[in-house]
Design a protein around this ligand. Structure first.
Ligand SMILES: [Zn+2]
Length: 255
């Protein structure tokens, strides 16, 4: 397996306190209390072990922040809202990590770049009024979940909606023209990447045409934007290509 060349460490679960920086107590109580497979939204099922899995996923991202790593986790997080699950996401992993960096590492400015093919509506929602965290997203639009359209922005929220069919060239120029300048101007001490791979040409859910080399280039560009860097897996639904795409992203992030 390609990933064997990288050092793999197991994560620890995030604590309730760390998770409650982004989610309501009532929602986390509800998730913890699930005893049989339950639909939390039309796409999102939870069972009796989901709460533990969600805290482990979020905790792995905290570990990735500490080590400058890539959190290979499921479930993903970027659709999760403060008070509810959405789109396969239970706990907003990247958001918990950003608040961890602020509260426990003392960082003043954190940027999140989200290149999952879907808009990271949960992350945007959590940080909409938080000027210490910049959120920048490249995504297919119009598309699920419907948010992140033209003009949906504020000082620390940058949305770059792209029409279906975009490939490496469109993604890289959108990154260079919109995302990189905004992140540079914000001067983050840490950049977190919500790395979804469902914009890949072979992905069964997305309608984009990004290649493995395109993800490596996006990763390379992220590396230059902040002194500290960590990434977390979001979407990516072709199990045959996903390991290779992660490998290419890891190469770009670590070169
Ligand atoms: Zn996605």
């Amino acid at each position: 397996m390609l990933l064997e060349q990288f050092e793999v460490v197991e994560g620890r679960p995030a604590s309730r306190e760390q998770t409650e920086r982004c989610h309501t107590t009532a929602y986390l109580d509800r998730l913890e209390a699930v005893e049989v497979p339950t639909l939390l939204d039309p796409d999102t099922v939870a069972s009796e072990t989901s709460y533990e899995a969600a805290l482990l996923a979020a905790g792995c991202v905290l570990g990735a922040v500490d080590r400058g790593g890539f959190a290979l986790v499921r479930p993903p997080g970027h659709h999760a809202l403060p008070d509810r699950a959405m789109g396969f996401c239970l706990v907003n992993n990247v958001a918990v990590a950003a608040r961890y960096a602020r509260a426990e590492l003392g960082l003043e400015r954190v940027a999140i770049v989200d290149w999952d093919v879907h808009h990271g509506n949960g992350t945007q929602d959590i940080f909409w009024d938080d000027e210490t965290v910049l959120f920048a997203s490249l995504h297919q639009w119009p598309f699920y979940p419907g948010t992140g359209g033209p003009g949906e922005e504020n000082e620390t929220t940058v949305n770059v909606p792209l029409p279906a069919g975009c490939g490496d060239e469109e993604y890289l120029s959108a990154f260079d023209e919109r995302v990189a300048p905004a992140v540079r101007a914000f001067e983050p001490e840490l950049l977190l990447v919500s790395a979804g791979f469902d914009a890949h040409v072979d992905d069964p859910l997305g309608g984009m045409r990004v290649t493995a080399a395109g993800f490596r280039e996006l990763s390379r560009r992220c590396r230059d934007l902040a002194p500290r860097l960590a990434a977390v897996l979001e979407g990516g639904y072709d199990p045959r290509t996903l390991p290779v795409l992660v490998q290419f992203a890891l190469e770009g992030l670590s070169e």
